[in-house]
Design a protein around this ligand. Structure first.
Ligand code: IPE
Ligand code: IPE
Ligand code: MG
Length: 248
């Protein structure tokens, strides 16, 4: 399937809602955390798949602001898994020239997570391949609020006028600053919703939902399937199809 992908029309930025771990585990009579533990292989698959194809940016929704409200033991297990995974995967990230970064309210994370993350981000910062961004303690509304607060502080300090606030400036204050908008958003687990992920950055993203695949079963072929669907679409950005065809 990989050979069908047109390398000249790759999405620059792919974002993924990695959903369905709990249901994957429950389906086989296991506890939800069993699903989280089995999700790591899928993370590796999507990361390596994107790195091999030459996709520029991959943002993975790993833990949302709202996920803090889950049962305490599940949250604890997820945080421990996070520390462990970042530590274990660091050599592979280096080998694949992947640059790791994160978006989200890092202060909401346990110290151990924040430190492990900072360590991996620091060690991979000179890598020049795929930019892998983990959304942790992230939500789209949180992002827009924190950006608005920064702008309000600048206005209060007198360094910014309200009319200076443009799409470009707000872009620079969002956690995703400097990265292109999302071209393709993938979601496993069959739910057709955004769940407070990148709200602003998804404005013109193409959506691809896997109705039959839970995240732990996600493999490179699923990534290729999503990209092929993306390549068959006409992105009009509000224009007419005729305008797009003549390249206006
Ligand atoms: C996604 O799987 C992982 C996180 C949200 C951390 P879920 O844990 O949401 O699994 P389901 O959707 O309940 O099956
Ligand atoms: C979205 O999944 C968040 C992550 C994958 C990290 P959820 O399972 O939290 O989403 P809802 O609650 O079903 O919308
Ligand atoms: Mg879910």
């Amino acid at each position: 399937m990989k050979e069908l992908i047109d390398p000249s029309n790759l999405p620059k930025h792919i974002a993924v809602i990695m959903d369905g771990n709990g249901r994957w585990a429950q389906k086989q009579g296991a506890a939800r955390v069993f699903g989280h533990r089995n999700a790591i292989k899928a993370v590796r698959e999507v990361t390596e798949g994107c790195a091999e194809l030459g996709v520029g940016y991959l943002t993975l929704y790993a833990f949302s602001t709202e996920n803090w409200a889950r049962p305490r033991l599940e949250v604890q297990a997820l945080m421990e898994l996070l520390v462990q995974t970042i530590r274990d995967e660091l050599p592979t990230l280096q080998k694949n020239n992947v640059r790791l970064d994160s978006i989200g309210d890092l202060n909401s994370l346990p110290d151990k997570c924040r430190n492990q993350l900072a360590e991996a981000v620091g060690q991979t910062r000179h890598n020049t391949g795929l930019n892998l961004i983990l959304a942790l303690g992230y939500s789209g509304k949180w992002d827009i609020i924190q950006a608005t607060q920064q702008l309000a502080r600048e206005i209060k300090a007198g360094t910014l006028q309200p009319e200076d606030i443009t799409e470009g400036l707000l872009n620079e204050r969002l956690a995703t600053q400097g990265r292109p908008d999302v071209d393709l958003m993938l979601r496993t687990g069959g739910d057709h919703r955004i769940s407070n992920f990148l709200l602003w950055q998804l404005a013109y993203a193409e959506l691809y939902i896997y109705d039959e695949v839970y995240w732990p079963d996600f493999r490179r072929t699923h990534l290729y399937e999503g990209i092929l669907s993306y390549q068959q679409r006409e992105r009009r950005f509000g224009k007419t199809s005729e305008q797009i065809k003549v390249g206006e």
